[in-house]
Design a protein around this ligand. Sequence first.
Ligand SMILES: NC(=O)c1ccc[n+]([C@@H]2O[C@H](COP(=O)([O-])OP(=O)(O)OC[C@H]3O[C@@H](n4cnc5c(N)ncnc54)[C@H](O)[C@@H]3O)[C@@H](O)[C@H]2O)c1
Length: 603
Amino acid sequence: MALDLTPEQKAVGKANFEQTAGELARNGKMDSMVAGGGVDPKKPHRRDALKAALAAGAVVPVSAAVYFGYESWKGGNPVRTALIGTGDEGCVLVGDHNPEFNQIVAVCDIRPSNLKRVFEKDGDGPRKGLKNVVGTKAAEKIRTFASLDELLAAKGELKLEAVVVATPLNTHDVIVKRCLDEGLHVLCEKLMARTTAKCKAMIQYAKDKGLLLSVGHQRHYSTLYANAVEVVRSGVLGDIKHIKAQWPRNNSWPYLPSEAEKEKFATEYGLPQLIDGWYKGVLKEDAVALPPEKLAQLAFGNVNEYGFKDVAELVRWRLYDKTGGGLMAELGSHQLDASSIILGHVHPLAVQGVGGKFFYGPGKNDRESDDGVFVNYEFPGATYYQRDDDGHLVLRDGKPVPNPKGKDDVVVVSYASFNTNSFEKYGECVMGSRGTMIVEEERDVYLYKEPDKTKKGDPAAGGRDTKVSVGGAGGGKPALEASSTWGGAAGGGVTKTATGTAVWDSAVRGYRTEMEHFAYCVRKWQERGGKVDYAKDPKTGKLVHADIIPRCHGEVAMADAILALTANMAMDRKQRIVFEDAWFDPTSAEVPEAKYGKRQAQA
Ligand SMILES: NC(=O)c1ccc[n+]([C@@H]2O[C@H](COP(=O)([O-])OP(=O)(O)OC[C@H]3O[C@@H](n4cnc5c(N)ncnc54)[C@H](O)[C@@H]3O)[C@@H](O)[C@H]2O)c1
């Protein structure tokens, strides 16, 4: 992402970000640092704790629990949780979980290989293995189940309170509903569901049952993104007109397995031709346990929707239209989620793009989903106006339009993901008239001041080498000011990677903190008694109990799903699609699929 920056310029960019975020926080410009999105007058100690910590000079020297306002619950009574789906992502979630918040009492998967894998360390990242996270003895007590039915039948003896669902996309809605039926709170991985209608049904179901439904877009729980969002909201980047987001990868290298590796695979399902995490070999062990008739039994009564025609489709589910949503669902949804958060939790106006199977095909892999997507979204800018119910021109927040520049004020978010080049890193670059902020690999943030053209010849006018501080913080509007006196953030900071070393930081990555916050919300609702109340304040339209409902709840996650799924429809139809407000309203039956669903499906 930060393609041609020298190491020195990167160090300057990181220091600028930390300095700016720290200064904004110390000067009270970062209100949403408290209680997950607004100052809570009943809990002033959080603000005090933050202020005291921030006075030390670092950016966010506080834990995510303090940052997001759930530090009051220190655990000691962890929520009894089961993991359903112990594949790549399930192993990340429990490998990085905090046992003080969630006690994993059971794991469930239909693939025997993954049911074993979740206990063992896998690589150097977050897949630490349950044995390492909770200790071998405690791990031995974790029960294993080969089907959802068996797990739910043991719900009572397990004293189960909640589940984490990390299964393929086409199974999310049915598994979530089954768990809600059993009175369990649910954290479901993204993408929320395969269609918008299913997302709406899940939201309604959780509401009717009065249970929590959280969805795993982890950027909502990342202290790194929270800081980045605050920097944008402060206005120091000026007029933002473009966000460039991308996730390029190179999965075009031939897969050359050793004889021993080949021996593990059931060759009747074909061997991978390329090194591609989405087209894996099928392990013999899984093939033996899951012949098609067994998979049909496990399809929740609807093979067409929830089933897998064979074990290969189960293992390679991301590649097929029935079971996955391709690059937009898997990668784009995260980065569009980030972009819409950065722009103030707004819904997009329109999308168009180009996508296709440009590289893969017979002999490489038999995917249905696109292997390259290049999409442009139009988002409303800060002065974008619309008409209210009375026909008056109003801004997004309902205020009158001060300067009716209006419908031209659009922010273009361009997104690209493809499989044949990994030269640039993944990330998001926010471009404003006064500054640029780059979030790279969910780990590093760089901030630069735009060169000030009125200060010709002044080396401190701005640019990639210029250190900045925040001016106007004493009451005026914050603005980036060039500074030659910057001395560093005392080694503290958001990323823990000031030296450039890649370090897995749980607070920054968000997986651990999304599970912590989910557990906190479960306990808070249990303390209150009664159903989870998703009521909205009629004046603000915001959740009344937002402080104890997961930040990425159903409605938020549905918007991310709509962004991804509609982009697929726009590419499929080669058409610009205008988003409709009703699509984002969980109580409306309107969905984008009704108008723009697959052309083939409609033929
Ligand atoms: N938040 C993130 O950053 C992130 C990253 C990767 C994946 N994900 C999401 O996590 C989910 C899982 O992805 P993954 O990469 O782990 O896939 P995976 O194929 O590695 O694992 C999925 C597991 O679910 C199991 N499964 C399927 N049907 C089941 C059923 N009926 N009951 C029990 N287990 C069942 C499979 O056997 C498999 O072990 C997807 O929704 C994916 O989009 C999220």
